[in-house]
Design a protein around this ligand. Sequence first.
Ligand code: BT5
Length: 324
Amino acid sequence: MHKREILERLRNGEPVSGEELGRAIGISRTAVWKHVNELKSQGYVIDSVPSKGYCFVSAPDALLPEEIRAGLKTRIIGRDIAYQKATPSTQEIAKALAAQGVAEGTIVVAETQSKGRGRVGRQWSSPQGGVYFSIILRPDMNPSEALRLPLVAGVAVAKTIKRNTKLDPRLKWPNDIMIDGKKIGGILTEMNAEMDRLDWVIIGIGLNVNMSQQSFPADVEGTATSLMEAVGKSVPRVKLLQDILAEFETLYNELMKSGFETIRMKWKALSNTIGEKVVVTLPNGQIKGVAVDIDADGALMLEKDDGSLEKIIAGVVKLRKLQE
Ligand code: BT5
């Protein structure tokens, strides 16, 4: 608490003496000194200017809650933050928190994950430099409508990347964020429902931000990329996360108030899937066809070679042009 207050006061830019800081927040000069040392050990650069006091120089490149909160433009999403430097998976922590009843909008953020998860038992490689987080939601909606949520998240991520980097990200149904045909991010949705109402939904988002191509494992190196690789320089991760959270909150509110239609249109405008020949892998085999639309539930509508339509609610989609 005191540490956060000290940081807020130092961030204003003007040097402040330990005595003044202590007086302002009601602690001793020695206590201020201890907190400042703790901040320095977290990676904050704070100079001591003779006869003037402490002077804030820079924040660490870490996704620390204090950093994320400073300037966060949301009302509920990301207001409560559980931060892990390293963790097996943010989804697991988020699930435990959701079961304990934490507030909607709570997020779990990590710098690295040792067992990052993708869909259907696949892995999400999570080296240092990425952004890995899970958002806990408690939407008043039927479980059958939950498929819309990862699409909302996809639009939020793609719009934010577009605005912050001038790149042209594309969404591949249902949950991939792509740049120049390579995967830069993925979204995993898990939920718990009681009767016909959702209890909680956890949207897990993994984004490759400041990592080199070599930091990916061999099996994804050829199909993955990072923002740093695509832009040619590193991208401030805290700002990126803050902007995604804000964009997500806006779209989530829009979904809850006005329904899915406008978001469906935004998703389609950002998609690389609609109009493409695809092959969809399902648990019981593969279907080929042209992805013609996503419907009001967020499902993929596939026109098969015989002209009939198939509604796909889950599956792994490959664009045939990228395979050939
Ligand atoms: C996804 O699964 O794309 C969802 C990924 C969600 C990760 C987040 S991170 C925060 C939260 N905590 C977690 O534990 N998970 C979530 P899927 O569509 O199944 O894609 C997985 C496939 O993508 C793998 O089988 C690889 O082929 C590929 N892949 C793995 N790591 C990658 C990476 N870092 N970048 C690009 N592709 C990757």
